[in-house]
Design a protein around this ligand. Structure first.
Ligand code: ADP
Ligand code: MG
Length: 252
């Protein structure tokens, strides 16, 4: 079972979109679990599962949880609005960083892949996600890019590796909202070269694509493959999934 966190302390960089569509593509052939760790519950809403009986809250507070089946081969641990403040509630507990890890240890043989959608914070919930994971993907938004933000994330991941989870690897940095007509999109690659991080960039970039936005509109709430399998978004996310599967195979 490979556990992959999608994390960035910034909002709007396509963490949730990436989680959803990678999981959707990979679940065509493999068993996948999605975990929504964001109190905004966008992933849960995108899958039409808000108000589900079980939630990530039960996992963190009662150490008990259920999954909901959302598609063939695809299950979800939903989030809910009462997940707000959970990092403060678990603050005083023993082994507070590894609550999610312990829960996932019990799943061992049920899934091939687990994708964790992280909140736009560096709180105890994010620490739990990174403690439970083998890999982390950092999406960065091409239209609002800051190398400082990337460095903060990389340092944070390094800290988790050293102190709690030596198995954690940066799987890659993903450029999202890419638009080749914009100067800022073009300069990103150079920024990464200048900082010696270009090796960490995924070859696949996710282009800005209105089909992606539309697919998540409340009237549709579909994966990009269900909404428009011929869209640029569907092509980019299928290429990313293939790149990731290959990368993980070569790393093991
Ligand atoms: N490639 C893209 N092209 C256009 N819109 C996108 C793309 N990726 C994500 N979006 C939109 O950007 C917004 C933020 O994406 P989201 O995945 O929710 O980010 P995060 O989870 O990091 O906050 C959403 O409205 C989403 O539909
Ligand atoms: Mg999100």
């Amino acid at each position: 079972m490979k556990i992959i966190a999608i994390s960035n302390q910034k909002g709007g960089v396509a963490k949730t979109t990436t989680c959803l569509n990678l999981a959707a593509y990979i679940s065509k052939k493999k068993k996948v679990l999605l975990i929504d760790c964001d109190k905004q519950a966008n992933l849960t809403k995108n899958l039409g599962m808000e108000g589900a009986k079980t939630s990530i809250n039960d996992l963190f507070l009662k150490r008990k949880f259920d999954v909901v089946n959302v598609r063939k081969n695809l299950d979800l641990i939903p989030s809910s609005v009462d997940f707000v403040g959970i990092d403060l509630l678990i603050q005083g507990e023993l082994a507070r960083e590894s609550i999610l890890k312990k829960a996932l240890d019990r799943l061992e043989s049920n899934y091939d892949f687990v994708f964790i959608d992280c909140p736009p914070d560096m709180n105890l919930v994010t620490v739990n996600a990174l403690t439970a994971s083998n890999y982390v993907i950092i999406p960065v938004q091409a239209t609002q890019f800051s190398m400082d933000g990337v460095n903060i994330m990389i340092d944070f991941i390094g800290g988790i590796r050293e102190s709690i989870n030596p198995k954690l690897n940066l799987l890659g940095i993903l450029v999202t909202h890419f638009d080749k007509r914009l100067k800022i999109s073009k300069s990103i690659e150079q920024d990464f070269k200048d900082n010696n991080w270009e090796m960490a960039l995924f070859k696949t970039r996710i282009r800005r694509n209105t089909a992606i936005e539309n697919s998540q509109h409340k009237d549709y709430r579909m994966t990009i493959f269900e909404y428009d399998n011929q869209s640029k978004g569907a092509l980019d996310y299928s290429n990313l999934a293939k790149e990731i599967l290959k990368l993980i195979k070569n790393l093991n």
